[in-house]
Design a protein around this ligand. Structure first.
Ligand SMILES: [Zn+2]
Length: 357
């Protein structure tokens, strides 16, 4: 039996040299140390051995078992190291290579010009007032002096919500629509401020930025969605000179110290009198070019003294208060500045366009 043990040990250790993978190693373990391996059969047979031989055989059997277990652990570790070494060789990581560039975002051209306009207006003392995109007919038109069937509505057709589900003040005769301009915010803002002190409402100096919507045929010059920034100043003793002075100052801050401006009479239902402001064409300096359509001037905003009907709808007594308002289109301004020929680029999500800014 002692001889048998020597043979078992020798055979096992020799065959261990051929083991070259974790799977083969597991097979080897089952074959030489498993329940039905020759070594375990010797342990089972020790009971039948004469009493005096038992300790010697038992001792030797345990030696063999420990020897096999030790070599098994050694081989296991050796295989693991080899595998690690292999993977380091084949999946070599070069830490000196430059990383993959992360796609860097940028601001939308419309956002950029919005921020510029906002920064200028805030410097001039106007505070932002954000108003909702979904409006009622009253706020979008009627309270702004566009009565039902007023011809000016023709130019601002909107998207109506079928059935006109009620939001706040809406009713069956007052349908819900997407605002066609930021002006409904004027009424919301004036009413909020007037409510704070109805006998003596505080003066208003706000600007209203946001998205507007019109049911229009989409062309190179008109989109069904666009942004607007509007300004509103209401107080005692505000005159047309204040309007002119403020807007000329705005034009200088926006377009440069030496920009020339001119005002042309215009008509808007919510202001009276109304005027459009032009600046001298910055492409040709007034000489006439395709951008200014050979006129030498570029139209940049609409403005006027707040109509008494609008003041009183906002809770301000038109006999005591006056005010002015003005509005501009950031996309139009960006188009002029960057000579963009098609307004549809702004909302078509084409990176080739957006990455140019
Ligand atoms: Zn020009």
């Amino acid at each position: 039996m002692l001889e048998q043990l020597d043979q078992i040990e020798e055979k096992a250790l020799t065959s261990l040299n051929d083991v070259d993978s974790p799977d083969a190693l597991e097979k080897w373990r089952v074959m030489h140390l498993g329940r039905s391996s020759p070594l375990m059969q010797i342990f089972d047979a020790i009971g039948q051995v004469p009493k005096e031989e038992r300790p010697l055989i038992g001792k030797r059997a345990n030696q063999v078992k420990r020897s096999l277990e030790t070599r098994l652990a050694e081989r296991e570790e050796a295989l693991r190291q080899e595998e690690l070494h292999q993977s380091l060789q084949t999946e070599r990581l070069d830490v000196t290579l430059p990383g993959r560039p992360a796609g860097r975002g940028r601001l939308h051209p419309s956002t950029m010009i919005h921020r510029r306009i906002s920064a200028i207006l805030e410097e001039m003392g106007f505070q932002p007032y954000l108003s909702r995109d979904v409006e009622t007919d009253s706020f979008n038109f009627q309270l702004l002096n566009f009565p039902l069937h007023h011809p000016a509505r023709e130019m601002q057709d909107s998207f109506y919500v079928a059935g006109g589900f009620p939001i706040g003040e809406s009713s069956e005769n007052d349908p819900v629509l997407l605002r066609t301009h930021t002006s409904p915010g004027q009424i919301h803002a004036m009413r909020e401020l007037a409510a704070s002190d109805p006998q003596n409402p505080p003066s208003v100096r706000i600007y209203l930025p946001g998205m507007c919507y019109r049911y229009e045929q989409v062309t190179a010059r008109s989109e069904f969605q666009f942004t607007q920034v509007e300004g509103l100043a209401v107080g005692k003793h505000i005159t047309f000179s204040d309007l002119k002075g403020t807007l000329e100052d705005f034009a200088r801050r926006m377009y440069g110290q030496f920009v020339r401006t001119r005002f042309r009479a215009a008509h808007f239902p919510f202001t009276e009198p109304s005027a459009e402001m032009d600046i001298e064409c910055f492409v040709c300096n007034g000489a006439g070019c395709p951008v200014c359509k050979r006129s030498g001037w570029l139209e940049v905003l609409g403005s006027g003294m707040v109509h008494p009907v609008v003041l009183s709808n906002g809770g301000y007594d038109p006999n005591v208060y006056t005010g002015f308002a003005f509005g501009m289109g950031p996309e139009r301004m960006a188009m002029l500045r960057h000579r963009i020929e098609d307004i549809r680029y702004f909302w078509s999500n084409d990176l080739r366009f957006l990455e140019q800014f």
